[in-house]
Design a binder for this molecule. Structure first.
Ligand SMILES: Cc1ncc(COP(=O)(O)O)c(C=O)c1O
Length: 453
């Protein structure tokens, strides 16, 4: 079904429901002339074209893609009503849907029910809640995360006044568990953040080993699965390595986990999620609101969330998407599997290439690579990567859109040889393959980038 038809049907249904309350006149102050609206809409859509084609497989750069048509239709329908999931009074239907999708996310991670959780406006907000709970339960103690964890952890710990410990990574980009164990020895760490799908290279920290180390040291474990969390659907699939599968399964041992439906969950921006294994942490959110919670004694989501107003439409869109593409290998798993196959395929082509080399081996669906022909030093590779990145976009007839990433130079090797380390970091190329269509586009992408080199 076409997106336009889907959206039209959705709006018509809502308008029918609205009609049931009797006719009313919109206030004259909101009236607009059709010609004027059409003119501004024309200008608006023209300006929107000043964008990169995030929808197209030739856009193989950052973590960006449009939502699924089902999510757009679901969002638009609810947005016509504009419920606010802060309180049941603000949106009873979408609040119920939010509880249902949170239950599905908890099941995906193997969290026992009832877990406590809710949607947020972003991965950053979801993580800050988990860090805030961590601080409340272990005041005075620090939060440890790897050198490859998203920068949001350092920044949000600063906001919350929590001391931090940076744990080194292995050459792969995963957390070095021996270094973590050393960091845990002095008893000053209260919470460890493991990342399931790092932002740079999509690497999955060894969550099972980290969970064991946390248990032994008596500290909390938070998993940041903002990017890669949905891969838990494929935790039994041999598309992933045994190590990645084990790590995804071990998320069930965490005290809290974050996942972003606005990344791999096919949703528009404004949809993150946080889950806590122990529903008793809900007591930490306790506050008094004289104006919002009046229609029922049932749980209002605002009572277990740091944010107040939140789009009910975000919950509605996710609910509708997961009804159609559930969190199973045959549902949303089909999308993830195609992305993973695309990364495996491109990694194979990069290994065989005479002019490009991969950086490490991808755990999920992000590939990193660099022009290796004649590469001697970190500076030379950085310069060549930047040139390819710019040339790809500058080709207006047949462009390719990539992104760049700074990685420690020790990760960049031509065959078995390390680069001359004239700089600690090297700029390489990065492609987030988060569109399933890219599975059938990888040869073109690879050939195009080889041509640019
Ligand atoms: C692993 C990880 N954590 C947190 C975030 C921050 O999420 P958001 O951009 O939704 O605030 C990102 C964003 O890319 C991420 O990849």
């Amino acid at each position: 079904m076409d997106l336009e038809v889907l959206i039209g049907n959705a709006i018509r249904e809502i308008r029918k429901w609205e009609g049931g309350f009797g006719p009313y006149d919109r206030h004259a102050s909101t009236h607009l002339e059709t010609d004027k609206v059409a003119g501004v809409l024309g200008e608006y859509t023209e300006r929107l074209k000043n964008n990169y084609p995030f929808f197209h497989p030739r856009y193989a750069g950052q973590m960006l893609k449009p939502p699924h048509p089902a999510a757009i239709a679901g969002y638009v329908a609810a947005m016509c009503i504009n419920p606010n999931n802060h309180a049941l009074d603000g949106g009873p239907a979408t609040a119920e849907m939010e509880l249902e999708v949170m239950k599905q996310l908890a099941d995906m991670f193997g969290f026992a029910q009832p877990a406590l959780g809710h949607l947020t406006t972003s991965g950053t907000m979801a993580n800050i809640e988990a860090l805030w709970v961590a601080r409340s339960l272990h005041p005075e103690k620090s939060v440890a995360f790897s050198a490859d964890a998203h920068y949001t952890h350092a920044r949000m710990c600063q906001v919350l006044g929590i001391p931090t410990r940076k744990v080194p990574t292995e050459v792969s980009g995963r957390m070095d568990v021996s270094a973590l164990k050393r960091a845990l020895r002095d008893g000053n760490v209260g919470t460890v953040v493991a990342t399931a799908g790092t932002t740079g290279q999509g690497m999955v920290d060894p969550v099972a080993d980290i969970a064991a180390a946390c248990k032994e040291a008596g500290v909390r474990l938070h998993v940041d699965g903002a990017y890669g969390g949905f891969y838990a659907i494929l935790k039994d699939s041999d598309l992933l390595t045994a190590e990645t599968r084990q790590s995804l399964k071990a998320i069930s041992l965490a005290d809290s986990v974050v996942v972003d439906p606005h990344k791999h969950g096919l949703q528009p921006y404004g949809c993150g999620a946080v889950l806590f294994a122990d529903p008793a942490v809900g007591r930490l959110y306790k506050h008094d609101s004289p104006y919002t919670y009046f229609t029922s004694d049932k749980l209002h989501l605002g009572e277990i969330s740091l944010e107040c107003s939140r789009a009910g439409a975000a919950a509605g869109a996710l609910w509708m998407t997961l009804k159609l593409l559930p969190l199973t290998p045959d549902g949303l798993g089909g999308v993830l599997a195609a992305c993973r196959r695309a990364a495996v395929k491109w990694h194979g082509l990069l290994k065989a290439s005479k002019v490009l080399s991969p950086v490490g081996v991808p755990d999920l669906d992000i590939v990193t690579y660099f022009p290796s022909v004649g590469a001697g030093s970190a500076s030379e590779v950085s310069k060549a990567s930047q040139a390819v990145f710019e040339k790809g976009m500058a080709d207006t007839d047949d462009p390719v859109f990539l992104s760049t990433l700074r990685v420690p130079t020790r990760r960049v090797r031509v065959g078995k040889s390390p680069l001359k380390r004239d700089k600690n970091d090297t700029l390489v190329l990065r492609s987030v393959l988060m569109k399933p269509e890219q599975e059938h586009y990888v040869e073109w992408l690879h050939g195009k980038v080889e041509g640019l080199v």
